[in-house]
Design a protein around this ligand. Sequence first.
Ligand code: PEP
Ligand code: MG
Length: 599
Amino acid sequence: MPRPLPPSGNLFAMDSAKSEMRQFRGIGASAGIAIGQVRIAERRRVTVTEYPVAAESIPGELSRFAKAIDRAKAELFALKEQLAVTHGPEHLCVIDAHLMLLDDTMLVGETTEYIERLGINAEGALKRTLNRFKSFFDGVDDDYLRERGGDVETVIERVLRSMVGEKQEPITAIDGKVIVVAHELSPADILQIDKSKVIAFVTDLGGKTSHSAILARAFEIPAVVGLERFTAEVSDGETVIIDGASGVVIVNPDQEAFRDYLQAKQRYEYVERELLKLRDLPAETVDGQRMRLKGNVEFLEEVASINRHGGEGIGLYRTEMLFLNRATMPDEEEQFLAYAAIVREMAPHPVTIRTLDIGGDKCLPDFDLFDEMNPALGVRAIRLSLRNPAAFKMQLRAILRASALGQVKIFFPMVSGVAEVRAAKALLEEAKSELRGVVPFDEELAVGIMIEIPSAVIIADLLAGEVDFFSVGTNDLIQYTLAIDRTNEHLSELYEPLHPAVLRSLKLVVEAAHKAGIDACICGEMAGEPEYLPVLLGLGFDELSMNAVSIPRVKNILRRCTMAEAQQVAQKVLTFATAAEADTYLKGEIAAHFSDSFD
Ligand code: PEP
Ligand code: MG
């Protein structure tokens, strides 16, 4: 496991003499242990009533709405200026996304229409628009996009607040070191908070992929999200322990829990410090077998953490982030600037850029989307890009242009067969010919695909002849192989990376890649679990890409394995009929050989 666990014992047992100790479990969004006092950041919803207005008052309501939008924009511009001074330019895209929402045609158009057609006040009309947005985002079958609904809500709340004349207390004024607890924290909130005073975040809402969770990881601040009603369960000043890896939150810990977690925290920090010493040591086995360890990113600000943890580049840059939360598509120039910034920041190491992995029933401007019964199996990722060749080529040109600035590779998500790869490569060639002689780019740009669909595993030999590398997206490969929705918490115990079908798939993929002389990489979450390292190494993978904090943890195990040991473990783990047996075996091996890295 990547984190030290608190010593076993009755840590979680309630102490009857101190019944006020309460334990909660949310979603671990950013690893690390924090012990401190609660500071509730009140993000109370503004209360709004809808009422009818006379026909002659309608122009007045429209003008109140327009003025409130202008005020909200002015606030955001002021915030942007302030952040540019205090934090530099990197985070400002979050504020830009909110500014763009204020120009969104649905937001403005529908609210105006409600005021005029229903003859109601501006606040009531805007609240109706908010509810429409909410039901749209709630129905979206993708965690990431569903959480984007939170951004819309934050923006609309800002306008509503301005209309009813309420001021929201900024949560910048914080005394001492505290754990900030909020119903929801917008990225703007997180950027405004003085990070030297906040030791952790806890929120009722949100998931692992919410902007705030991603920012918490980028700032390496422990965070637990998705606790549902936690703000109603604690008060300012109460002592709280949070474990940002497991998602455990303990309010008013008894002495024993306090002592155990204090030890676990000290140990975590000690291990983190020790592991960082591995930063400049080669990622290789005892007998000199190299394996590239890289980081996954969504934002530019995560690159520093990859460098700090000794990552040898970016194995997965998820470009979706740039396309979301906005009314219009980023044009080629904007995309180029975003990719170029990451390539420059990561230089001299390589950056593997994934083309847009989005779709289903999500609204993206300029894309033709369908109402789908089953979006996970719908028009998404490469399928969506191929149906929108103009937009796809725009992204390809932007990536190609960035390839002139450093080492860039490109790969396509959710590939199910050879025809898709050929079609994508043909468009890449068209993009190249449009740029040739106009701007520089890397003519030899390596092209890969993600292996995430069982059909791609079965025909890995055919696909290997078409590309320069494979990168296994184990998150989706497990989902599609086992028919387990990766976002469904009720099925989480069936989401089994060590299922024999998954292990056999991994083996097939490496064998096909190596037979064709191309690299086999993994960029799904499995790559960042140190426990799986001997298996993935033994199977022959060339590269693992993961969250930055996991890099030294995985490297630590790698540097203590021999290739022969790893191959033995991989062979053995493939003999089990169930994931549970494989897991028991692997845990035994890990305890026997690397126990000091895991306790
Ligand atoms: C995966 O599916 O494993 C992967 C890395 O892609 P994503 O998590 O972005 O779907
Ligand atoms: Mg995927």
